[in-house]
Write a protein that binds this ligand. Sequence first.
Ligand code: 5CA
Ligand code: ZN
Length: 418
Amino acid sequence: MRAWSAPELPTAPEGGRRPRVRDTATGRTVDPAEGEETATLYVCGITPYDATHLGHATTYLAFDSLQRAWRDAGLDVEYAQNVTDVDDPLLERAARDGVPWRDLADEQIDLFRSDMEALRILPPDHYVAVTDEVQRIGEAVAYLLESGAAYRVPTSDARDDDIYFDVRQPNSAWSLGRESRLDAETMLRLSAERGGDPDRPGKRDPLDPLLWRAARTGEPSWESTVGEGRPGWHIECSVIAGDRLGAPISVQGGGSDLIFPHHEMSAGHTAALAHAPLARAYVHTGMVAYQGEKISKSLGNLVTVRGLLNDGVDARVIRLALLAHKYSDDWEWFDAERISAERRLARWDEWARSAPQVSSAEATSEGTEAIARIRGRIADDLDTPGAIAAVDAAIAAGVAATPSLVAVIDALLGIRID
Ligand code: 5CA
Ligand code: ZN
């Protein structure tokens, strides 16, 4: 599927540092592309049933920062992202609003693309709709059945059986809890809250996740190796990441609401399919809240990228406001975030216009130091607030706006100042 247009990446001076990031599965900060010349990244994409809110934007911006850091360090990046364009929340919203689910999905995917483009977020090399991968997913589910990692559960309202993944199958690359490190009670609670069905009769373990849902009347379905139906949620990301990037990838990314069950089960599926871990590092962004609650399409407390842009807010202000928070922290959006980002951007623009100019050939030692500081902050687990503070400090100290310094700010923070 078509992604969106890539923003221009400026040519920064050599000397970028390889980023280290915190891996949820080990709690350690690691270089997930150690020894590699190409870093591979998979970030869980949207379920397209409502507009891109600031929580989504923050998550995609964090992985944009990671890619910018990798590229600044001279690595190539191969990046895949899915679109969950068939799933219960999308079907329920379409039914509620009386619109065909396909139309709702297409409209929201278009909006998402235009929001990502406005925010100058680097597009994936592989932008993959789940509905285009149903055959491949069906084959993967057939393989899991044959190898004993999956089993059938009879249904009362469908002709075929549903198919579930057996979380207790021994596997050298994964066992339950490997990625999330949660206790059994928390897993049960989160499974019930986040799309699982722990109470479904006929399962071997309450946590076993759905791999394939047999066709039901009134629901979209496709023919596949395992009959007519549609994919479960976690298998889509395992199959797309494995097919486009190959396991293990450097980083599996998404919001912290995906740690369990989504990334845990995706890792389990990949281990059973490829006999390899899904990722070298699992990186999770914090949840953005508004009016005291996590921003969520289902709660309806949305602050959308489109809404802010329509109010005349500069896309660079949105970027700066979001980057002012450490990616892994939970935080809450207030109007004050926008106001302080506007003031900061005005200072930065003013500096680029009025600070003593020097030619690109000339490097001042203060400028070189500021560049090293910005790079050092980003390489240290994507400390964007630290990098922003380093720019503020350079401006306050009267450092010249050299082309190199301006280019590094654009290359790493995606903010072009003029
Ligand atoms: N389609 C699945 C992933 S395969 C999904 O979770 N879609 S989503 O539209 O609900 O979320 C898209 C991305 O935004 C996910 O990475 C999710 O973790 C992240 N996200 C959702 N809400 C927030 C929030 N309030 N703050 C930060 N990130 C969020
Ligand atoms: Zn996913």
